[in-house]
Design a protein around this ligand. Structure first.
Ligand code: A2P
Length: 272
């Protein structure tokens, strides 16, 4: 396995740190992605609903880095769920990105009230079998949603991207993923910026001579989680990538465990 990569259950390798581009406007994202690529990022995580797939595609077209060295993820939005509409939405995403093959395509939310995620998953399998996407997965799926699509199709998602950070460590959910060999991608790995003043993490950071953000990212990386921190700032992009060099010890991991909280969730509940 390549350094700083995670091997997915279909043998594809994914760079463990990626650039998350949620909330970066389309007109800004090209420059941010180009900065990230020149700093060494080789993984960009976007979604149709972010409205910036075109800007991401432009960065991939402009950079000198070969296409096959960049891992690109996008996500199918809720309004596009259903078999035929998934196939159409995928075409639109690929035209926005200007790509022939996508590395990873995710169902953005299960939306259980619509009851379309199983049909959607069947369409994702079709895209995978056609070779138009190298890996398929889910986002914000709970064990009940995952179990249903696995049992019905025999195809296990390669990844599930979920809200996960030290205040919302999702221990039970992580155990389920381990049993099914589903890699976890942590969205909002820095707790949406809300953990950046935490005094308990400041103690760990000062011990390692790093920033709080780096200590948090090191916590994810050490547990084999894939992380997609968002930043528009070049210095912070570099800082986040450098978290790959920090090694936490058992005492640090135990201190982080104290931060996990029952009300740690910042985003939406997937069941709602
Ligand atoms: P900015 O884009 O101005 O750097 P999350 O990924 O958990 O949702 O957190 C993203 C937020 O954290 C953004 O507001 C981003 O702001 C900020 N951020 C990202 N990296 C760092 C860092 N290394 N230090 C401080 N803030 C950061």
């Amino acid at each position: 396995m390549r350094k700083n990569h995670v091997t997915l259950n279909n043998t594809l390798e994914i760079p463990q740190i990626g650039l998350g581009v949620w909330k970066i406007p389309n007109e800004d994202v090209t420059q941010v992605a180009l900065s990230a690529l020149s700093l060494g990022y080789r993984h960009i995580d976007t979604a149709k609903v972010y409205g910036n797939e075109k800007g991401v595609g432009l960065a991939i077209a402009k950079t000198d880095i070969p296409r096959e060295e960049i891992f690109v993820t996008s996500k199918l939005w809720n309004d596009d769920q259903g078999y035929d509409s998934t196939l159409r939405a995928f075409d639109e995403t690929m035209s926005n990105l200007g790509l022939d093959v996508l590395d990873l395509y995710l169902i953005h939310w299960p939306e259980p009230s619509k009851d379309l995620y199983l049909d959607t998953w069947r369409a994702m399998i079709e895209l995978y079998e056609q070779g138009r996407v190298s890996a398929i997965g889910t986002s914000n799926f709970n064990p009940s949603h995952l179990t249903r699509i696995i049992d019905a199709t025999g195809v296990t998602p390669t990844v599930n991207q979920i809200e996960l950070h030290p205040r919302f460590a999702q221990r039970n959910l992580r155990e389920f993923h381990k049993q099914h060999a589903i890699a976890i991608e942590s969205w909002s790995p820095l707790g949406n910026g809300r953990l950046l003043n935490d005094e308990r993490i400041a103690v760990i950071a000062s011990k390692h001579g790093c920033t709080i953000a780096q200590a948090i990212l090191a916590w994810h990386l050490q547990q084999r989680l894939i992380v997609i921190p968002k930043s528009v700032n070049e210095a912070r992009l570099a800082e986040n990538l450098a978290a790959q060099d920090i090694i936490l010890d058992d005492e640090d991991i135990a201190a982080f465990a104290q931060i996990d909280a029952v009300d740690g969730r910042n985003g939406a509940d997937p069941d709602a």
